[in-house]
Write a protein that binds this ligand. Structure first.
Ligand code: 5BU
Length: 275
């Protein structure tokens, strides 16, 4: 069997055991979109308006729900309605980073009750495998999926080398709940500390932030690559775009940018699987 990134999203969806990963792959195929839009705005009304505009072009919305200043629980109902209207999944970019008991509470409870609405979330591997057990105790019964931060897009980040390899190892030993990585490239070839956990058929999704067509970075260390570099050259599965789309002003311009990134990401994927 060829490596996961040389198979189609549809082929991968058929084989994926995790419900959230399977649904994401099916949505990507159905909408011909490997675009995730990150909607990092502070007002409910802007958040919902942008999602309604970009909805037809995306497979996934990425949220930082704690950025919203006027949050109230009805926002989640509106977000759910938009996810049904436009057929996309939801990824709360929570970056959990504590011991298992604490993250289980942060994931299930508090103001946001993330596990109740977010199909996918993510975690730093820094606390060790207990973070996965804690999150899995809440998310697995709900059919959720977890991404580990194996790499980051920002300049000077510490998620490199042995740290990345340990993240991949943790994922390989928790395949029932860890469905992939935040990373800048495919992780299959990363040597894991214990080779016995490698499965030739492994299929971890790679979701990649730091994507932009017009600028190379920002003033605070963000670094951008193009959809082609990310999907075709580096073999990643989903491009995550924030300001390159929602930061463009009028609804018409935001819509045009969403379609532009969708097209670029999809063409890069089609070229990848036909090589
Ligand atoms: P941007 O506006 O396209 O730069 O936004 C990128 C988003 O992805 C933003 O929400 C970040 O929090 C998120 N992100 C990132 O940029 N780089 C990373 O390594 C990780 C997340 Br993990």
């Amino acid at each position: 069997m060829p490596s996961a990134h040389l198979q189609t999203y549809a082929q991968r969806a058929q084989k994926h055991a995790n419900p959230a990963a399977k649904a994401l792959l099916e949505t990507i195929e159905r909408k011909k979109s490997n675009l995730c839009v990150s909607v990092d705005v502070t007002k409910q009304a802007d958040f919902l308006r942008i999602i309604d505009v970009v909805g037809p072009y995306i497979c996934l919305v990425k949220t930082h729900i704690d950025i919203i200043e006027d949050f109230d629980p009805s926002l989640i109902d509106r977000l759910r309605e938009l996810s049904e209207k436009h057929d996309f999944l939801i990824f709360e970019d929570r970056k959990f980073a504590d011991i298992g008991n604490t993250v289980a509470l942060q994931y299930s409870s508090g103001v946001y009750k993330i596990a109740s609405w977010s199909h996918i979330t993510n975690a730093h591997p820094v606390p060790g495998p207990g973070i996965i057990s804690g999150l899995a105790s809440v998310g697995r019964p709900l059919g959720r999926g977890l991404l580990l931060l194996a790499e980051m897009s920002s300049k000077g980040n510490l998620a490199t080398g042995a740290y990345t390899a340990e993240a991949v190892h943790m994922a390989r030993t928790h395949r029932d709940f860890v469905v992939g990585f935040i990373a800048m490239r495919r992780m299959e070839s990363v040597p894991t500390p214990d080779a016995s956990v490698v499965d030739e058929d492994e299929d971890f999704l790679v979701l990649t932030p730091g994507v932009g067509l017009d600028v190379k970075g920002d003033a605070m260390g963000q670094q951008y690559r193009t959809p082609r570099e990310v999907v075709f050259e580096s073999g990643c599965d989903v491009i995550i775009v924030g300001r390159g789309i929602y930061g463009k002003g009028s609804d018409a311009e935001v819509q045009a940018q969403a379609e532009r990134y969708r097209k670029e990401g999809w063409a890069a994927y089609e070229d990848r699987i036909s090589t």
